[in-house]
Design a binder for this molecule. Structure first.
Ligand code: 5GP
Ligand code: MG
Length: 489
C-alpha cells in the first residue's frame, strides 16, 4: 500500500492527537473549544471536530483539514450548548480518512456519547472481537470506537464512574480521553499517564486539554495535570470538578518525546515548562558531546531551544562557539514528515529550509536538531550547508537514537525506515555526510525531564516498552487487564 499503513506493525493508523473538553456555566462552549483546538493544531492537522450538548441533544461538526478551514462562523454558531469536547487528528502518511476523524459520537439507549482520544491501544483488536461477538457493529477500524462501544455497553448497566472504571480494566495502551456523556464532560488518563492531559479554570467554567498552551489561549489558569489512572468529571454548571483515582500503577510511562518534540515549548507538563526542558537537553548535549566550532545553529523550529541551551553551556565553558541562525524556514510549508514518498519528503525539506550563506560560508558548524527519524532532514541539511561553503558540519541531536517504532501514538515510521534501526552512530554519520554525530543519552533525558527512567516511556529509543505489546520486549512488569468473557445477552 502506497500510504505506508499496511507495513506498520499493527496495520492501523497511529494517532497522535490533541483533545479538549469544556464545561461552562451558561455560555456556549463551542467557541472556546475552537480556540483551544487552534492552540493544539501542532498535535494534528488532518481533521478537526467538536461535539457539543445543549441539555437535550448533541451537535456535531467534524471536518478534514486545519481548524481554521474545518469551521466557519456558522458551523461554530450551530454548535449549541455549554458543554463540548474537541479533537485535532494527526495525519497518517498519505491517507485522508474521514471515518477516523473525531470526536467519535454515538447515541444509544443510555444517552449520547462523544469521545476524543489521544494515544493508541495495544489490545484494541481483542476488545473489538469481544464486543463484536456481543453484537456491536463497528463503522471504523479505530481504537476510539472500541472505547466508545465498551463504555456505552457498561453505561447500560452501571453508573458513569463504574462504567469508566470497567472500561479502563479492559483496555490496555496509551490514552488521554475527553468524553461527553449527555452534557457531562469527563477526562481520563491511562494508568501510566503516557499522553498528557491538563485541567484549567476559566472565569465561568473548566477546561481539559492535551496541553496547557490551550488553557493560556483561553486566558485560563492551570489547575493541575490529570493524574495517571484518574477520572475527572466536570460539573455541568461549570462550578468545579470531581476526581476519582480509578487505577493505581506503580510507575508512570510519560512519553519523553512530548518533551523533546511533540508538545509546544510554551506548554507546561507536570509543572515543567517544555522550553526549559529542551534548553536543559541542549546543555546536557554540550556536556556529553560538545565540540567547539565557529557557530552552532538550530534546525528551525524544533531544534531552537536545544541550540540555545547548547550555546549557553558552551560559552560558560569558554568555547568560542557563536549561536547563529544559519537556516531560514519558510513558515508556509506544513509538516513534511508525513509525506508519502521519499522524493516528496526530500523536496519538502528543500522547500522548507534555505541556508543563510553569510553565517555558514568558511565556517565550522554544529547543527542541532531534536531527533533523527529517517535521516531525510539531516542528510539534506548537511549537504546544503556544505554546498554554501561550510568547512565542517557536526550534527548534535537532543534525544537518543530512535531505533524502534512507537506503538503509543506517535507516527514514527517502521523499524526498516528508521536510519538508526540497524546501524551504528558512525554509520549514520557517514550516511548523512556529517563530520561527526552524537545523540543524547537516556540518562541525560531523564535528568533534564526530572523523572526516573522507570517513569518514562523510552520505547522508541530502547526497544523496550512499558506496555505489553505483542512481539516486543517490555522494560517492566506490565500486565494486560484480563478481558471478561462477553456477557451472554
Ligand atoms: P527525518 O527527516 O530524520 O525523517 O525526521 C527528523 C525531523 O522530523 C526532525 O527535524 C524532527 O524535528 C522531525 N520529527 C521528529 N518526529 C516527528 C514526528 O513524529 N512528526 C513530525 N511531523 N516530525 C517529526
Ligand atoms: Mg524538526
Amino acid at each position: 500500500m502506497e500510504d505506508g499503513r499496511a507495513d506498520r506493525p499493527s496495520g492501523k493508523p497511529r494517532e497522535k492527537c490533541g483533545v479538549v473538553g469544556v464545561s461552562l456555566a451558561e455560555r456556549d462552549a463551542a467557541l472556546p473549544t475552537y480556540y483551544a483546538l487552534y492552540a493544539l493544531q501542532h498535535r494534528g492537522q488532518e481533521s478537526a471536530g467538536i461535539v457539543t450538548h445543549d441539555g437535550f441533544q448533541q451537535h456535531q461538526h467534524v471536518e478534514m483539514g486545519l481548524v481554521g478551514d474545518a469551521f466557519d462562523q456558522d458551523d461554530v454558531d450551530a454548535l449549541r450548548g455549554s458543554t463540548a469536547i474537541g479533537h485535532v487528528r494527526y495525519p497518517t502518511a498519505g491517507s485522508v480518512d474521514k471515518d477516523c476523524a473525531q470526536p467519535f459520537s454515538v447515541s444509544f439507549k443510555g444517552g449520547a456519547l462523544g469521545l476524543s482520544h489521544n494515544g493508541n491501544l495495544v489490545n484494541a483488536d481483542e476488545v473489538r472481537d469481544d464486543l463484536a461477538g456481543a453484537g456491536h457493529a463497528f463503522t471504523s477500524d479505530g481504537d476510539t470506537e472500541v472505547i466508545a462501544h465498551d463504555l456505552a455497553r457498561n453505561l447500560l448497566e452501571s453508573d458513569l464512574v463504574r462504567s469508566v472504571k470497567h472500561t479502563m480494566s479492559r483496555i490496555h495502551g496509551s490514552y488521554a480521553l475527553t468524553i461527553m456523556h449527555d452534557d457531562t464532560v469527563l477526562g481520563v488518563r491511562d494508568p501510566q499517564g503516557n499522553r498528557p492531559l491538563i485541567i484549567g479554570e476559566l472565569d465561568d467554567g473548566y477546561v481539559l486539554a492535551s496541553e496547557s498552551s490551550a488553557i493560556d489561549t483561553l486566558d485560563g489558569e492551570i489547575v493541575r495535570d490529570v493524574r495517571p489512572g484518574e477520572l475527572v468529571v466536570l460539573h455541568e454548571d461549570g462550578s468545579g470538578f470531581d476526581s476519582y483515582q480509578l487505577v493505581e500503577a506503580e510507575n508512570t510511562a510519560h512519553c519523553f518525546f512530548e518533551y523533546v518534540y511533540f508538545a509546544r515549548p510554551d506548554s507546561v507538563i507536570d509543572e515543567e515548562l517544555v522550553y526549559e526542558v529542551r534548553r536543559d537537553l541542549g546543555r546536557e548535549l554540550w556536556a556529553e558531546s560538545g565540540t567547539e566550532t565557529d557557530v552552532v545553529m538550530p534546525v528551525p523550529d524544533s531544534g531552537r531551544a536545544f541550540a540555545s541551551g547548547y550555546a549557553e553551556a558552551a560559552s560558560e565553558d569558554g568555547a568560542a562557539t557563536e549561536f547563529a541562525e544559519g537556516l531560514m524556514k519558510n513558515r508556509y510549508v506544513g509538516r513534511t514528515f508525513i509525506m508519502p514518498t521519499q522524493e516528496a519528503r526530500e523536496r519538502a525539506v528543500r522547500l522548507k529550509l534555505n541556508p543563510i550563506k553569510s553565517t555558514v560560508e568558511g565556517k565550522t558548524v554544529t547543527l542541532i536538531d531534536d531527533s533523527i527519524v529517517r535521516g531525510t532532514t539531516s542528510r539534506q541539511l548537511v549537504q546544503l550547508l556544505k554546498d554554501v561553503g561550510a568547512e565542517e558540519v557536526h550534527v548534535r541531536i537532543g534525544a537518543p537514537a530512535i531505533v524502534a517504532p512507537c506503538y503509543m501514538g506517535i507516527d514514527m515510521a517502521t523499524r526498516e525506515e528508521l536510519i538508526a534501526g540497524d546501524q551504528s552512530v558512525d554509520g549514520i554519520a557517514e550516511e548523512i555526510g556529517a563530520d561527526s554525530l552524537s545523540y543524547l543519552s537516556t540518562d541525560a533525558v531523564s535528568e533534564a525531564i526530572g523523572k526516573s527512567k522507570d517513569d518514562l516511556c523510552l520505547g522508541c529509543v530502547t526497544g523496550e516498552y512499558p506496555y505489553d505489546i505483542d512481539g516486543e520486549a517490555t522494560d517492566r512488569d506490565v500486565e494486560r487487564p484480563t478481558i471478561e468473557p462477553p456477557a451472554d445477552d
